[in-house]
Design a protein around this ligand. Sequence first.
Ligand code: AMP
Length: 717
Amino acid sequence: MSKKVGIDLGTTFCAVAIYNESTKQPEIVKNRFGNKITPSVIQICDDGEIIIGDEAKDAFDEGDNGCITAFKRGMGENKPYAYVNGQGYTSEDLSAILLKELKEMAEETLNDTIDEAVITVPAYFFHKERQATLNAAKKAGIKVRMLINEPTAAALNYGIDHFRENAIILVYDLGGGTFDVTLLQMGQNKEINCLKTMGNHILGGKDWDRALVSYIVSLIESETGEYLNDDFAFINSLSGKVEKIKKDLSKATQTKVKLHIPNYGLYETIISREIFEQITKSLLDQTVTLCESILLESHLQWHDITDILLVGGSTRMPQVSSYLQKISGHKPLTLMNPDEAVALGAAIQTTLPLPKYNTYTASTNETIQKGQVKPEEKLTTVASIRVNDVQAHALGIIAVNSEGTYYENQNIIPANQEIPVKRAKKFKYYTSPNKNNEVDIYLLQGTRPILECEILNKYVISGIRHMDEPTTIRIQYSYDMSGMVHVQARQEDDNIDLPIREEPIEEDLSRFGQPIPKQKIKQEPTTVLFVIDTSGSMAGERIKEAKLSIKDFIKKLSLHNVTYGLIAFSESVTQVVSFSNRPSKIIDKLPSFDSGLGGCGTDADPFPTIQSMFNGIRGKKYAIVLTDGEWYGNARKATSTSQLCKDKDIQIIAIGIGEADIEFLRKISSMPADALKIDVTQLRTSFGNIAQSIGGNTTTREDISYSEVETWKAVDE
Ligand code: AMP
């Protein structure tokens, strides 16, 4: 029967563990040299042979140039991490080589095949690094059950034997290159809930090494007068040696250092733990500041913490434990071997059910709180413990602010959400009928302004259907159980995902930090109201031509951003279509729009209705009035009511056919030139001319989508 293992793929060491079902404990699977941990070192020999782990580490310690170490730091980078014999190796490739070796060694030890693994990653690993880890595993022939955050795995291992309901655990994880701090709470039913995680991915054991290098160099300079800062060869060799000095100082209170100084000879000195602690105090302070931030953000104080769990090789430095004890009043737990805890936790996770997207809804009289197990999921697993993890990074998207003046980072998934998690936001988008409607999405990490955030990826969403009105695109971000990000896009009302492709992020993104130019945002809306005489005399050709003219007019302005309305007047005034930027609303009404609507005579004055319809409408306002005769008793009144409309900046264009009187038309129109008396056969041409002149003053939909303005504003759910 094949086995599942947990793998800690560390920067300096790796470990493989398995869950022993008889002892109900996870245990380390030793490598072929009988060691519990395998150094993350790869040696590429001149003849092409590849040596991995313990032997490679020995070669590295002897100064072999073909050895590659700490390649986990370059995970997710699209360039070689190291060159040996002229060949470049990416961190992903190197991790694949290492993982394959770990798998083969574990299979030898277990005398069985390995079919699945849970692999640990730093909590601060983001999508690209996680993706690279998954790719490396695939290349190594390992099926990954899931990725788990290192501090979470450590807590899981700790929790299996030290579970105390409601205990709050702070996991302090100081590795070689990163520092993570995680707060967990033990819930009911043997559940560990990750509350928050934060980290500094450029703070780790390496910085303690660097501090030691600077100190030793300045000591040598002051004692020998030799200036060494520019001597790269010496600095390099010293950098390789300080890790050992640092480790010695974890065991002893002082250590002897012997160095060969160019132009000077042998130099000997004693370095005390006390001085080492002094020169690295600011680094330790940085870790404590982050611990205090996580407590502050969680409304907790040091005394609320039940236990501090130390994880990561650098927590072996005694200063970590003593300083934390001084600050917090708790003696940190060092009972676990920090090199093994993470792999052991991952081994436990191989036996647990895979976390699911939370779709469970509690019934009315049953509330499910964080930390409580859903009824149908009472634990039946071997390890009888489970962990709910969070993802450290908030995810946002670049969108236009509500005033349309700036671009801003709009949050979709806040930081520290329990994973897996899905969240969506909707955006307004103008389409065009004669181009590929595509929109660019920029995935942002964090909640800071756009240019201060890391832009993680650019996606292009295509296949957006053209709509007459602005359409709504729903963007969904999700973190899966391994902390991988997925992006989905849907057009409103569709249940099919729009195609998404990744594209390289442009070098120059400075436009996202600048105000959106005014002329781009100030496109005034245009509103056109058709005011059509539907008296009995309009019957036949006149009304038919009027309807065709309206249709042509709308078609001519189809690319423009125009809102339309339609009213009929005869013996009464009928509002047929209230204002809408969906022209199809008017087109749909035209077949049933006929003479006789509202009566047969022409008694009604449409201007009070025109005025009230335009009330509150901004931008350019046009009322196109078409009539074929006298307005009987209302003609006089109409000249004064039309004036009220003109006073409200409504441009009245009066078109007369049949028996209409040009003098009357001139009185009701905004300007004499806006009055027109024509033959019915010229109606479509005249409407076409008016459309053209209005179109010249109106932004097209295409202009709008190209200018990215008004489009990509969040719309309320
Ligand atoms: P990790 O990434 O958890 O494997 O931790 C690696 C880091 O732990 C490296 O910076 C090591 O130098 C450091 N480290 C390992 N053992 C010790 C030790 N005994 N004392 C001080 N630092 C150590």
